[in-house]
Write a protein that binds this ligand. Structure first.
Ligand SMILES: [Zn+2]
Length: 487
């Protein structure tokens, strides 16, 4: 069977100057042995005197490197290809996404030459690269933990136009990880606070603010003006919406995510690699995976991950570096482990695959996809609001309260008269509940409690169940002001 062997440019001189050879063989070893028989000169380049592959050469079968799950004796079949790549080449360098025409339209003045001196010194950036950075337009969606470092570094680096999108207000609890905001900004819109910080860092760049909620109707128009989008959000609905919009408009997306001590970064560019959907075809059930707000995050993690995101954005603009397209960088800061995982393009991906079913963004129901809509077949979960709960407790109604929050969440606002049952144990521990008494489920935001009720019903529980609407977050002021009365 003939297998295609691709020879990287720097090795071609040793293989008859050919870029591609067709070689007979059933395993990688057989094929490379035939290659050496045909082109004896390449033997010395690839292997040392002990016939071991030299450390600067990588052999790939399709996209997988030898030694990475694939061995020398792995069988190869007709459609496989082998690539010989000297590692020093550092993979495939990407081209700048800013055209030469756009680069030539901008110039750097004396102030900028002084200000960006340390970029200009870098051979990889230089004047051309800095002009590309100035010509670039980057949209940062989300001005929380990740958006804080991303937008500050991009402003400091001289990105000519930054768009910032967020609808939230700064709260005191945000300041632990959202370093773009300060104590004076509490209760201000994040967008206003971020704009002030960016202006202080670099008054010369253009800042565009987007304070409307991004949805299927407006996102395509909003991202149309930008070269790159940085996803710094913290919920699945936004992530799918942003990724789909980027795929359909052909924009690269620099993705970052943080949770507790672990962070992830990837670059999704459907033109040359996978998209977010290829990696995560469907979201977990709503409320099952807590966001940072509910799961916690160590303060500097967002700085680490956001800085890598900003670095990836700059590399896409400058061109020439090896990007995280098709790769997922995972950083575990608790154990100091970093890994780069390969992300494959899914040929059956509904948006970037061979026969896509999502052709325009307006047609896709993000609320439904992310489990945020009530399933019509499901019995709706009845809610109870905080005032009602307090009233019933105060008048001594028989009630069972079940708290499904994580231990660290319970430590902040305790419910001493609630039974604590994690969602995973509900089915097994349903005997602890009295089916003749109303049971109210409590979580942080009122979403995991719905999941808990559905899980319990699935397990056959028939008693009356209620969800505390909006969870502790919505109810804390009312409930805890009554603390002395009934807890
Ligand atoms: Zn895809």
């Amino acid at each position: 069977m003939q297998i295609s062997v691709y020879i990287s440019a720097t090795l071609r001189a040793f293989a008859g100057k050919k870029a591609k050879l067709e070689i007979e063989g059933k395993t990688v070893r057989e094929i490379l042995e035939r290659l050496q028989e045909e082109y004896p000169e390449i033997r010395e380049v690839l292997f040392d005197e002990n016939r071991k592959l030299r450390p600067f050469v990588s052999v790939y079968v399709n996209d997988d490197r030898i030694g990475n799950g694939i061995g020398w004796d792995s069988a190869v079949s007709e459609n496989d290809s082998i690539l010989l790549l000297p590692s020093i080449a550092g993979g495939t360098p990407s081209e700048s996404i800013i055209s030469d025409e756009r680069r030539k339209e901008v110039s750097l003045d004396d102030y900028e030459i002084e200000r960006f001196n340390k970029h200009l010194m870098l051979r990889e950036i230089g004047v051309k690269g800095q002009k590309r950075i100035k010509a670039a337009k980057v949209l940062i969606i989300g001005l929380g933990a990740l958006g804080s470092p991303v937008v500050q570094y991009l402003a400091a680096a001289g990105v000519g136009t930054v768009g910032i999108a967020d609808t939230g207000e700064v709260s005191l609890g945000d300041l632990q990880s959202q370093v773009i905001h300060g104590v004076r900004d509490v209760h201000r819109p994040k967008i206003a606070s971020a704009r002030d910080t960016i202006k202080a860092i670099n008054p010369k760049i253009k800042i565009e603010t987007i304070s409307e909620v991004l949805d299927a109707d407006n996102i395509a128009d909003i991202i149309a003006d930008y070269d790159i989008v940085a996803d710094c959000t913290d919920n699945y609905r936004s992530r799918y919406l942003i990724s789909d919009a980027c795929v359909l408009s052909g924009k690269p997306l620099v993705f970052g995510a943080v949770y507790q001590f672990e962070g992830r970064v990837s670059v999704f560019d459907a033109k040359s690699g996978p998209c977010f959907r290829c990696q995560y075809p469907s979201p977990p059930p709503a409320g099952l995976v807590p966001t940072c707000a509910a799961g916690g995050v160590i303060s500097p993690l967002a700085g680490i991950i956001g800085s890598i995101q900003a670095n990836e954005v700059l590399k896409l603009i400058i061109g020439g570096g090896e990007s995280l397209i098709g790769k997922l960088l995972v950083v575990d800061t608790w154990n100091n482990r970093t890994s780069i995982l390969k992300v494959d393009k899914d040929e059956s991906c509904p948006i970037c695959g061979k026969t896509p079913s999502i052709l325009e963004i307006e047609n896709f129901d993000y609320e439904d996809f992310c489990g945020l809509k009530q399933d019509e077949d499901e019995i709706p979960v009845e809610g109870i609001d905080a005032e009602e709960l307090v009233r019933r407790i105060e008048q001594g109604d028989p009630l069972t309260l079940v708290d499904v929050r994580e231990p660290h969440e319970r430590a902040i606002h305790r419910f001493p008269n609630a039974i604590v049952i994690p969602i995973g144990q509900l089915a097994r521990r349903q005997k602890e509940l009295d089916p003749d008494v109303d049971t109210v489920f409590i979580c942080r935001e009122g979403k995991r409690s719905i999941l808990a009720i559905n899980t319990l019903r699935e397990a056959g529980y028939k008693g009356p169940v209620y969800n505390l609407k909006g969870g502790i977050e919505a109810a804390k002021n009312i409930i805890f002001s009554h603390e002395g009365a009934w807890l």
